[in-house]
Design a binder for this molecule. Structure first.
Ligand SMILES: Nc1nc2c(ncn2[C@@H]2O[C@H](COP(=O)(O)OP(=O)(O)OP(=O)(O)O)[C@@H](O)[C@H]2O)c(=O)[nH]1
Ligand SMILES: [Mg+2]
Ligand SMILES: [Zn+2]
Length: 283
């Protein structure tokens, strides 16, 4: 039989097939060259509860450990934790690096004023990113459900406490994901979600994961402009192929900042994101 690994359970792999979960393990002597991860399509022998093969992965993300994602839904709250375009752009850059289809949700719009960040949302929309809004007291997820489509593996990403599990539960209350309380003392939520879990959704899965709460970008300096929101139309037209978009003559990104196409604070977020990235692969 073929199924999808939806969760790990103390060394066992929970494999989903046709509305049933099979608790499987690897044979001790088995030399599967890869260790299975959540998201993997696997062949398994249901009589002996043994995984016999892992199908080739379409995508693989190291942290959080999950394979075969197709979509990323990035949740940012207006408050608790405070809205940050920098973080939002970082999640977008991460998702684009892995070729994921991206949707943004701005949550807790009952607690703040979305007009305050109108410029950011317009910028994202102009560059092809969907921006939806969420208020848990008046949840309307029709637009989201339409975008989610069938047969995908869709992960929710965003800082702890932004409301990922709240939105997932609104999609289907039977998911019963634990909801945290935002702890002001800590200045962050309490990481209610502690493991990667795939939840069946329209022939595919929704992934609720803790690992997308904070992120390290797994890329080189030269990769960032390709995936940073709104930069891809410009960067390839720079005069130098190895332009870092910081001071070079003929840089189209700098030109776009000058003529207001790219807002200055968004460009400054790019520089801030660029700074810690390595120049070359570190071996
Ligand atoms: N006022 C308001 N509160 C919200 C909204 N959405 C979520 N919350 C609250 O925010 C807190 C955190 O929500 P969670 O859904 O647990 O957040 P999470 O992103 O899953 O957090 P982790 O699992 O820790 O990563 C809870 O107290 C929610 O009730 C909203 O639209 N408005
Ligand atoms: Mg959660
Ligand atoms: Zn440039």
């Amino acid at each position: 039989m073929t199924g999808t690994i939806v969760n790990l359970d103390f060394g066992k792999y929970l494999v989903y097939n046709d509305d049933r979960i099979y608790s499987c393990h690897l044979r001790k002597t088995d030399k599967l060259s890869l260790k299975p991860v959540v998201g993997d399509q696997v062949d398994f022998d249901e009589k002996n509860s043994i995984i016999t093969a892992i199908h080739p992965r379409h995508t693989f993300i190291k942290r959080p450990r999950v394979s075969n994602l197709s979509d990323l839904i990035i949740v940012s709250s207006l408050v608790e934790p405070a809205y940050s375009f920098f973080l939002l752009a970082k999640f977008i850059s991460f998702g684009r690096y892995y070729n994921l289809n991206i949707t943004n949700i701005i949550s807790k719009i009952d607690q703040g004023n979305i007009q305050d960040y109108h410029q950011d949302f317009t910028y994202l929309e102009q560059h092809g990113f969907k921006v939806l809004f969420f208020d848990k007291h008046h949840p309307d997820l029709q637009a989201l459900i339409k975008l989610m489509g069938p047969k995908k593996v869709i992960a929710f990403a965003g800082q702890t406490g932004v409301g990922k599990s709240t939105i997932i539960n609104t999609l289907n209350p039977l998911f019963s994901r634990q909801i945290g309380t935002y702890s002001e003392a800590l200045g962050r939520g309490k990481h209610q979600t502690k493991e990667v879990v795939l939840l069946p959704w329209h022939g595919g899965f929704i992934a609720d994961t803790p690992g997308f709460s904070s992120l390290e970008l797994p890329m080189l300096k030269s990769d960032l402009a390709k995936v940073f929101p709104g930069f891809e139309e410009q960067f390839s037209k720079c005069k130098f192929f190895n332009c870092t978009h910081q001071h070079e003559p003929g840089c189209q990104i700098l030109q776009a900042v000058k003529n207001g196409k790219i807002p200055l604070d968004i460009y400054q977020d790019y520089l801030k994101m660029l700074a810690p990235l390595p120049e070359q692969k570190e071996y």
